[in-house]
Design a protein around this ligand. Sequence first.
Ligand code: C6P
Length: 404
Amino acid sequence: MFDIDKIRAEFPILKRKVNGKQLVYFDNAATSQTPQIVIDAIVDYYSNYNANIHRGVHTLSQEATDKYEESRLKIQKHFNASKSHEIIFTSGTTHSINIVATGFSSLLKKGDEVIVSALEHHSNIVPWQMLCERTGAILKVIPMNEEGALVMSEYDNLLSDKTKIVFVNHVSNALGTVNPIKEIIDKAHKVGAAVLIDGAQACPHIKPDVQELDADFYVASAHKIYGPTGVGILYGKEEWLNKLPPYQGGGEMIKEVTFEKTTYAGLPHKFEAGTPNICGGIAFGTAIDYANNIGFETIANREDELLKYGTKKLLEIDGLKIYGTSEEKTAVISFNIDGIHPYDIGTIIDKLGIAVRTGHHCAQPIMDFYKIPGTIRASFSFYNTFEEIDLFINAVKKAQLMLQ
Ligand code: C6P
């Protein structure tokens, strides 16, 4: 049984008032809210065993190291990676992508090609453009259509033996489109190219199996999966992680250092220079446990019901257009109302306690495709309610009346 009252009681922030009104939090795609059990894990760490890891023989350091490594194992199991050292702790999706994009500098030459999709977040565009500037590789783009889905026949035309890596998101942050990543991966592998999947928006709703997908790299941020900010993962197949050079030099990533030569530690430490976000890594594991206890099928079903209800209600508003209408989508609704700037609606409904994101959502090429400056984006999580959607709809109608 899905007990919404019990679930909401686990998220202290949901009780908060904003501008004197009950908070309605519909900005889950930007960052999800944090359940008490994850907050407790953070407090427990700083209250009881705060210490640096992999370094000390003292009890606190060993306790912290054990918990951190336990968390890596939980994450390995969650993503079904075959080895725990294929899970690299990073500061988040952006950091993870930069590790791979920078590492590919040593593997590409002028004239090689890399493929991105039209649906990417800037985090999965800019690091690759920088890679192309460094190496002379050429960036190709899989186009999108009016529904906000990728034009897969064009992908077929872009692939060739010049293609070295393809990087696409599992789910678009601006539109919610779920991309056919298995097909994208299989086709890239046929021409010998690697694939990086940006799972930032998929992981709150879907449990990815990196082995079944045969992804070469899969990246995610804890803060989108009910965990803390400043921590995420880079999953990479062992063979690929061994091929890539370290991203940063420093403590913990070395085997031996002399002034003549340094040799590097094995995986995962080669990519984990310096003191990591220890507390964040541990709390990430707690968040993964929390989500698995709710169940990803339960989460997806609930969010799908919210998506259907919210879409139906919004479409009853005159002059409202939804961007991103593909069959396969997560609970993200991006929309505009004729003649009104998205920012104005966002500002007015904030006064009514409703949190949405407005603007280009760090996905300017999508906005350029639709020839709009931005959208209002409402993104639901399983802890949201149908009553909150009603409040949101009334608030949007009120804003429309004021602005038109
Ligand atoms: N999208 C949004 O409001 P970081 O900031 O590193 O945790 O995640 C970056 C990122 C990468 N890829 C996708 C698909 C994303 O959605 C995000 C973050 C947030 O849509 C904040 S810009």
